[in-house]
Design a protein around this ligand. Structure first.
Ligand SMILES: NC(=O)c1ccc[n+]([C@@H]2O[C@H](COP(=O)([O-])OP(=O)(O)OC[C@H]3O[C@@H](n4cnc5c(N)ncnc54)[C@H](O)[C@@H]3O)[C@@H](O)[C@H]2O)c1
Length: 321
């Protein structure tokens, strides 16, 4: 299949690109490369350094499916520049789907977020529950979903609401809970847990990639919104799991982030998707990568630290690599 992947140089996108190429797809990655580009060259891969806000420059001819991952991707980065987040996450998403429709693209998949639900008391958070987004990031995801779904009579729209992703990627993120706690233990011998009681869902990065591949395979049999998260555990439990592999002191401090929720992904499971990895796999592969020197605890692995160093946040770069 001929696939356009936005955000293909990111944490998930890097692994997803590799998997798509492995399945024989032709992939065009569009990414502004805020965090660099670690994609190896491949005959079926075109990588374009390009801001999605400059939508008319995005090549769409011949594209069969758009996988749209390029967003300002967490709460602190969205707070850093709320206008940028609304432009990138919502406005550019709308312009991208309109361009896809104009070019006859059949399928548009959007990386939303499980955080759109906010704080929930329900033991099972299913797709039909009301959304109570707390942060700008959560709000942009909710609004973007709704804008995209309003085009569902013209193109197949699939919105994924992933849990927090964990595990190793060549473009590593250490601002995600499992990854962060594992590296704290390895680097400092100490894990600092904020709050600790909040329950959060998790998904292994290879399962996250698997969900996108599954959506491409199932195509017309799936539409609408899908939760994607399989291990609902507290932050403190994640820290304890890390210490099963790396000895470390756990320090609990107060948290100002009340989000606590349990994702129910039965709707996705009913389509035949099965997760194959878990939090423990992620912890073990991070330990291996750290000890082998493939993973370093550096600023580039924290989105907010990198975004603070970028001047005009890469507006409209068009260099082709
Ligand atoms: N990682 C998670 O735990 C998680 C959980 C839920 C949802 N998501 C969503 O999945 C997607 C990918 O997340 P990730 O963890 O890989 O994040 P990431 O920050 O590593 O990747 C995002 C990529 O998009 C690119 N990008 C951002 N704005 C762009 C723009 N305007 N034009 C072109 N490229 C742009 C960045 O350069 C980066 O390479 C995001 O939409 C994120 O919100 C991630």
């Amino acid at each position: 299949m001929n696939i356009l992947l936005t955000g293909g140089c990111g944490y998930i996108g890097t692994m997803l690109t590799e998997a798509l190429l492995g399945q024989g797809h032709k992939v065009t990655v569009v990414d502004v490369m805020w965090f660099g580009n670690r994609l190896p060259a491949h005959a079926n891969l075109t990588v374009i350094r390009q801001d999605t806000r400059d939508v008319e420059r995005i090549p769409m001819a011949g594209v069969e499916a758009v996988l749209h991952l390029a967003n300002v991707a967490n709460d602190p980065c969205s707070e850093l520049d709320a206008k940028l987040s609304w432009e990138v996450n919502v406005l550019a998403s709308m312009q991208l789907v309109e361009r896809a429709i104009r070019h006859g693209v059949r399928q548009f998949v959007y990386a939303s977020s499980g955080s759109v639900y906010g704080v929930k008391d329900e033991p099972q958070v299913t797709e039909d529950l009301p959304l109570v987004p707390i942060s700008d990031y959560n709000k942009t995801k909710m609004v973007s979903e709704r804008v995209l779904l309003s085009y569902r009579d013209k193109i197949l729209i699939q919105c994924v609401r992933p849990a927090t992703v964990c595990g190793y990627s060549p473009r590593m993120r250490l601002d995600l809970s499992v990854n962060m706690l594992a590296v704290q233990a390895l680097a400092n011998g100490r894990i600092t847990v904020f709050g600790g009681d909040q329950t959060r869902p998790n998904i292994h990065i290879r399962d996250m990639v698997g969900v996108y591949l599954h959506l491409l395979e199932q195509r017309e049999r799936m539409s609408g919104v899908y939760n994607a998260g399989f291990e609902n555990i507290s932050i403190l439990d994640i820290a304890r799991r890390v210490t099963e592999y790396v000895p470390a002191e756990i320090v609990v401090t107060p948290s100002n982030d009340p989000r606590s929720y349990r994702l129910n992904s039965d709707k996705l499971l009913a389509t035949g998707f099965r997760p194959r990895y878990g939090v423990n796999d992620a912890i073990q592969e991070i330990i291996a990568a750290f000890r082998e020197g493939r993973l370093k605890n550096e600023d580039g692995c924290y989105n907010i630290k990198t975004m603070k160093t970028i001047g005009n946040l890469g507006w409209a770069c068009a260099a082709k690599t």
